[in-house]
Structures are given as structure tokens and as C-alpha cells.
Design a protein around this ligand. Structure first.
Ligand SMILES: Nc1ncnc2c1ncn2[C@@H]1O[C@H](COP(=O)(O)OP(=O)(O)OP(=O)(O)O)[C@@H](O)[C@H]1O
Ligand SMILES: [Mg+2]
Length: 261
């Protein structure tokens, strides 16, 4: 059986504009797969298809070989977590509460119950908090557990958002532009973190990374898919992608367009 999440010949149109055209890719367990491409290439659209925000007009998706129609609110139950561009943390909750909310998404008591303030057993509550703290600790930000997100540096908030996604123990993590707004040193640390995710002892998870920051993608991915005008123009290892003339064309074309604009 084909393990992991796969897109098969996916097409998406917005009116007359083709945002994705015949796109196929797969993220298998143990892998970090990157999707790169110049502005407007279709990266966010692809991410939105995977999350269920956008339905494909053509093609299909499978999860472990079975037909899969993503729905945003059902992803966690299927073992898929995501972070969005920006951090999307709840401003009125502490860091720990934010991560507990991520964990309880997956927990039996349910996220809605948590939001509505319905009682959870003390034991369940303690278990979730312990787990959330452990996840914050693995990301090196447990020290901020009682702070509210608004007071924290952006790089810390990014990690908290990552912790919230990982608290649900996903087997696949979808990341949209995680390096956005980060400086060089923070990006290097983020890269190290992402690289480890599929190989760690507890709760290993595969990663699909949508990102136009070329260095990050090159340094963490096992496989890279390059989009240009909605089409896959190259797929391969970072080394193969670096030397592929189609990739240089896509980025050079974009650079020339920008220079002309
Ligand atoms: N909701 C929408 N309605 C109409 N057109 C859209 C919509 N979303 C995206 N597009 C168009 O689809 C194409 C692909 O856009 P998309 O946002 O997926 O690109 P991207 O690779 O994420 O670009 P960027 O690097 O700028 O984030 C673009 O031409 C964009 O203008
Ligand atoms: Mg985008």
C-alpha cells in the first residue's frame, strides 16, 4: 500500500486562471518534502488543497492509498496538523493554554468542549498540560508557558505555533512559510528542528513544507517539488534541483519580471 499523503494530477482554477495544473506529489513517512516556486506559482493554493480550504477541480488525493477529501476541522483526527502563515495563536490564552488547545483537538474531550469551558476530568486536564509542557520543552520554549503570545518575540511565537500543531501528535505536519519574518539565525535553528521531526523517537512526523525561502528548503528537504505557473517543473533531491535548468528558468523569469515591473 502506498503510505503517506499524495496528490494525483490535481488541477485548480480560479475563474479563467489556472492556479494548479496536473500536480502530483507524495509525502511518505520519514520524509520532509518541500514545495517551492516564484510568487504566484501556486504554493499557497496547493497548501489550501491539502488542508481542505480549496477543492480541486481535477485529480484526487489519497491518504495511505485511500481516497481522501480533506476537511479543515477533520485534519487533526486523521493525524495531520498545520501551521498557517503568521502564527494564529489565541491572544487571550497563555502559551501553555494555546498548546493545550492544540492537544485537546486530538483528545477525547474535544476542542469545542474546551472552548465552551465544559468540564474535563482533572486527570485528563493534568495529562494534557503535562503533554503540552513536554512539547514546549522539546522546542526550547517551555520557559514561556505562562506568558501571553502578544508579549513574546516573533521567533518564540513561531515555535509556540509549531508546538501547538505538534501537541496533537500528527504523523504529517503541513507548514506554510514557517520562515516568514524570521532572521538568519532563527531560520537555521528552525531548519534543525524541522529536519529532526521525521526521525525523533517520540511522535515522529513527516513534513510538507511550502516555502519560498530557498536556503531553508534546500537544507531540510529530502525531496523538493518546484512549481511555476501552477505546473510541476522539477522534482528531486536538493542537489538535483540546484542543478536543474528549469528551476533557474522559473526563478530567473520571475526576477526578470520583477525587474521589468
Ligand atoms: N482565491 C483566489 N481567487 C483568484 N485567484 C487566486 C486566488 N488564490 C490565488 N489566486 C491566484 O492563483 C495563482 C497562484 O497563487 P498562490 O497564492 O497559490 O501562489 P504562491 O505560490 O503562494 O505565491 P506567493 O509566493 O506570492 O505566496 C496566482 O496567480 C494568484 O493570483
Ligand atoms: Mg503563497
Amino acid at each position: 500500500m502506498e503510505q503517506g499523503l499524495a496528490l494525483h494530477h490535481v488541477g485548480v482554477r480560479f475563474g479563467g486562471l489556472t492556479a494548479l495544473d496536473d500536480v502530483s506529489l507524495r509525502v511518505a513517512p520519514g520524509q520532509v518534502v518541500g514545495v517551492i516556486g516564484p510568487n504566484g506559482a501556486g504554493k499557497t493554493t496547493l497548501f489550501n488543497v491539502l488542508c481542505g480550504f480549496v477543492g480541486p477541480h481535477e485529480g484526487s488525493l489519497t491518504l495511505d492509498g485511500r481516497p481522501f477529501r480533506p476537511r479543515p476541522h477533520r485534519l487533526t483526527r486523521l493525524g495531520i496538523a498545520r501551521t498557517l502563515q503568521g502564527t494564529g495563536l489565541f491572544a487571550g490564552l497563555t502559551v501553555l493554554e494555546n498548546v493545550v488547545a492544540g492537544a485537546s483537538h486530538a483528545a477525547r474531550a474535544g476542542f469545542l468542549a474546551a472552548l465552551l469551558g465544559l468540564p474535563r476530568s482533572d486527570r485528563e486536564e493534568r495529562r494534557l498540560r503535562r503533554h503540552a509542557l513536554a512539547v514546549l520543552d522539546t522546542l526550547g520554549v517551555a520557559g514561556y508557558a505562562d506568558a501571553v503570545p502578544g508579549t513574546l518575540p516573533f521567533a518564540v511565537r513561531q515555535r509556540v505555533a509549531l508546538a501547538r500543531a505538534l501537541a496533537a501528535r500528527p504523523r504529517l505536519l503541513l507548514l506554510d512559510e514557517p520562515a516568514g519574518g524570521l532572521g538568519g539565525e532563527d531560520i537555521a535553528e528552525l531548519a534543525e528542528l524541522i529536519r529532526e521531526l521525521p526521525h525523533r523517537d517520540t511522535d515522529p512526523c513527516a513534513v510538507l513544507l511550502v516555502e519560498h525561502h530557498m536556503d531553508l528548503v534546500m537544507s531540510v528537504c529530502d525531496e523538493i517539488v518546484v512549481l511555476d505557473f501552477g505546473r510541476v517543473v522539477a522534482t528531486g533531491t536538493p542537489e538535483a534541483i540546484r542543478d536543474d535548468p528549469a528551476v533557474a528558468d522559473a526563478y530567473l523569469g520571475a526576477a526578470v519580471d520583477e525587474a521589468a515591473a
